[in-house]
Write a protein that binds this ligand. Structure first.
Ligand code: FAD
Length: 322
């Protein structure tokens, strides 16, 4: 029988996060001829979500529906996913390196007594052996890892491994696992949303990030407009968050979110090493700064030396014409 890889999908507001589809593509790289089983746990209509995993390349899908899976808790989701692992006895597991993945994967790996390759940004195959590339030293270097014993258990960084093309002619079995989730020591009573509606920052293809140079919360408004025109999300440096121009949920960097968009526009950000740790692997970096010596220009693909309050409105006007 071929090897079986479980892909633990993730939902947000009732929809699958894109990283779930990227995880299916990653699983296919690890075991090109293996069976890929999508797993989705929630308190929603899971049939459609399971079907969506199949359209993106899973051979079949397993759902776990339970009222205690309405919001993420390590214990609740841990019990649900372990029940599926118990039933399926997989030869590998892949999930997103998101806040859920970062919390759940070490717990599962320790229960399964196996290693974990976290935050993989690429997967090559050397003979039969998958080779995982992951950043180290806050993204300043990359290491390549292979697995010598135990399951390949991998979390992948969003936006790095392209999802397979959606094909709604694909079919596969959808089954469910009943789990008696009990003894939760934590429950989520309320979710207070700090971010604005729209594109998820950690999965955005375009990020417009503002720094202390933006000078006020009002100064961020044109950045939201630019992000809107480009279909992207707004992020920030810690400098901007500390100055209360925006919420900490927007912070990018060593102690904030790590993003890898196709286009990162740094506006009034000096380029401190701790900020670069969260965005330096973006595919194209554009920096707007009035100081031509700012460190951000050392990693930018395109630099605009100028006053952001003049440059950003010009960009908005030009992009609106496209
Ligand atoms: P500044 O360094 O003050 O830069 C502002 C920039 O705006 C300047 O380059 C200036 O030339 C430019 N500017 C000003 N006015 C204009 C204008 N009108 N037009 C164009 N440009 C203009 N930082 C993070 O970002 N993320 C992290 O996760 C993070 N983690 C940290 C962890 C630790 C342990 C520590 C010690 C620090 C951390 N920092 C982090 C803070 C980091 O060191 C910097 O202080 C911070 O990134 C600076 O933010 P900034 O670039 O917005 O501000």
């Amino acid at each position: 029988m071929s090897d079986k890889i479980l892909v633990i999908a993730e939902t947000k507001e009732g929809e699958l996060r894109n990283v779930s589809f990227e995880a299916i593509a990653a699983a296919r790289k690890i075991k090109p001829d293996g069976e890929i089983v999508g797993v989705v746990c929630a308190d929603d209509d899971l049939e459609n979500l399971a079907q969506e995993l199949i359209y993106y390349g899973a051979d079949r899908a397993v759902t776990v529906k339970h009222e205690k899976l309405k919001s993420y808790t390590s214990e609740g989701f841990g019990q649900a996913v372990l029940a599926v692992i118990d039933q399926e006895s997989p030869d590998g597991i892949v999930m997103g390196h998101t806040s859920v993945g970062k919390d759940l994967s070490p717990k599962l790996a320790s229960k399964l007594d196996t290693g974990l390759i976290s935050d993989a940004v690429d997967i090559d195959v050397d003979g039969d052996q998958p080779v995982f590339t992951r950043p180290i030293y806050s993204g300043k270097a990359f290491e390549k890892k292979v697995i010598t014993s135990g399951l390949p258990f991998v979390t992948i960084r969003p936006n790095n491994i392209a999802a397979l093309e959606r094909d709604d002619s694909l079919t596969g079995d959808i089954s469910s696992v009943d789990v008696d989730i009990k003894d939760l020591r934590t429950i989520v009573k309320d979710v207070v949303r700090k971010t604005t509606e729209g594109v998820d920052l950690s999965e955005a293809k375009v990020v417009v990030a503002g720094g202390r140079g933006v000078k006020s919360a009002d100064g961020f408004k044109p950045l939201y407009e630019l992000a809107d025109v480009l279909g992207g999300a707004v992020g920030a440096s810690r400098g901007a968050c500390d100055a209360d121009y925006c919420d900490y949920s927007l912070q990018i960097g060593q102690t904030g979110k790590v993003v890898t968009p196709d286009l990162y526009i740094a506006v009034g950000i000096s380029g401190a090493i701790q900020h670069l740790a969260g965005m330096s692997n973006s595919k194209v970096i554009v920096a707007i700064n009035k100081d031509a010596e700012a460190n951000i220009f050392n990693i930018a693909d395109y630099g605009i030396v100028g006053d952001l309050f003049e440059v950003v409105p010009m960009l908005i006007e030009e992009f609106k014409k496209v």
